[in-house]
Write a protein that binds this ligand. Structure first.
Ligand code: SIN
Ligand code: CO
Length: 423
């Protein structure tokens, strides 16, 4: 997918090139989590949602209104540091962008960036955005997993922004939900649920023409702001700072329909036989060569009307589509893989875990891994579902899972492909 001139694009959820005014703005005020009635202790997930249970958060805030959570994540200093982030920005399998503001003018450059291609951290008003950090950094992957009270089908990636004093990506809106977690330093966020989302013309990134913030906070390390789609926001660094954004996928209908029809067309194209190509023996000579012959349209109509699909085709498509790895992902197969006996002994002793770049999903009939699919036979059902939901299997799972042999063969294949790691 070509990169779009968006401040904070999500690879799987491109924002429309032109904004559309929202029919109705949900909630103009961000509520502080601690303003709410105390959560039922049993279902609250630690501090992440400010004492709300996942169910309370989903009911009251998700896709509805902003929420500011003070002290959501402890020990953010142990998340990625500046040097590691800059190293990632230098890799060509990592998407990064540099946004700078000089004398009121915005510039946008795409990575990779060698260390000497980044401005000095003493120079003001620039931002480095690095996407998909969860794919390459275990602690960030673990952070993203804390948001798995939402289905993997909705989670997209974790992007980090590093900014120097006054840096930011400008007032804008996103088309997807986002949790903005301050990990280092301070950032001032201003937000508003304005209806007018028109963008400034001729900008290299999405900048709102008229930003009308109604609320403002300074976030410190550990504080987090949840924003539903289409809430106008602007975050400006107060000194050097880092913010991490946990973003969600919100595929566009046109994108899904287009991809499904493309897949169907590929399958139809693979069918053999003369009926798959236009034929016209006995055609009369024409005196109007520019006119489209009716039989050409008739043939096209017959082909198109013949295209059929059922629920199983859609399930297969959705699973494969959602489990497609990010375009930049390349798996590293182990250099000297263990054979299946050694692998089983290792797995029984230490377990296995899914590589952070792997997408493993399932439904009632099948599993989907990195764009491939197969049936969830009974012999592997429990094991695959457990591996997918927990992203890991413990050693004892290999001992107790029924029909371990089929499961071991499968997981060994995935290990050899670099999709699963021997823990
Ligand atoms: C965002 O606005 O979505 C993130 C921008 C940033 O972290 O600077
Ligand atoms: Co944003």
């Amino acid at each position: 997918m070509p990169p779009r001139p968006s401040n904070t694009p999500r690879s799987s959820s491109p924002t429309p090139a032109r904004p559309r005014a929202r029919a109705h703005a949900n909630g103009t005020r961000a509520t502080r989590a601690d303003d709410d009635a105390p959560a039922a202790a049993d279902a609250s997930i630690d501090t992440l949602l400010g004492g709300l249970s996942a169910a309370q958060f989903m009911r009251r805030y998700w896709q509805r209104k902003p929420l500011l959570i003070r002290g959501a994540v402890r020990d953010t200093a142990s998340l990625i540091d500046r040097a590691t982030l800059f190293d990632l920005a230098d890799r060509d399998d990592v998407e990064s962008r540099l946004i700078a503001q000089r004398r009121g003018k915005w510039s946008l450059d795409h990575g990779p960036f060698a260390p000497d291609e980044l401005p000095s951290s003493r120079s003001k008003q620039w931002t480095l955005l690095v996407q998909g950090v969860n794919l390459h950094h275990d602690a960030t992957h673990a952070l993203m997993n804390r948001f798995r009270f939402l289905p993997d089908a909705r989670l997209d990636d974790v992007m980090y922004s590093y900014a120097t004093d006054g840096g930011g990506v400008g007032p804008h809106f996103d088309s997807y939900d986002v949790f903005l977690l301050q990990t280092h330093g301070k950032r001032r966020w201003r937000i508003g649920a304005q209806r007018d989302l028109s963008l400034r013309e001729g900008m290299p990134l999405k900048i709102l023409d008229r930003f009308e913030p109604t609320e403002e906070w300074v976030l410190e390390p550990g504080d987090m702001l949840y924003l539903p789609p289409h809430i106008a926001h602007d975050g400006v660094a107060i000194g050097e700072c880092m913010t991490c954004s946990i973003g969600f996928r919100a595929p566009l209908a046109g994108e899904v329909i287009g991809q499904f029809l493309f897949d169907l067309a590929e399958r139809a194209g693979e069918m053999k036989g003369a009926a798959r190509r236009l034929r016209d023996p006995g055609r009369e000579p024409t005196l109007t060569p520019a006119r489209i012959p009716q039989d050409v349209t008739d043939t096209a109509e017959a082909w198109i009307r013949n295209v059929q699909w059922n629920r199983a085709d859609i399930e297969r498509f959705v699973g494969r589509y959602l489990s497609e790895p990010k375009p930049t992902v390349v798996f590293d197969a182990p250099e000297d893989p263990m054979d299946i006996e050694a692998f089983l002994a290792h797995a029984r002793a230490h377990g296995v875990r899914v590589d952070p770049r792997t997408v493993l999903l399932y439904d009632d009939r099948a599993f989907y891994i990195n764009g491939e699919t197969d049936r969830l036979e009974r012999s592997i059902r429990d094991g695959v579902q457990r591996l997918a939901d927990r992203k890991a299997l413990e050693g004892k799972d290999f001992v107790t899972l029924s029909e371990t042999a089929a499961m071991t063969v499968l997981v060994h294949e995935w290990y050899c492909a670099g999709w699963v790691r021997a823990a």
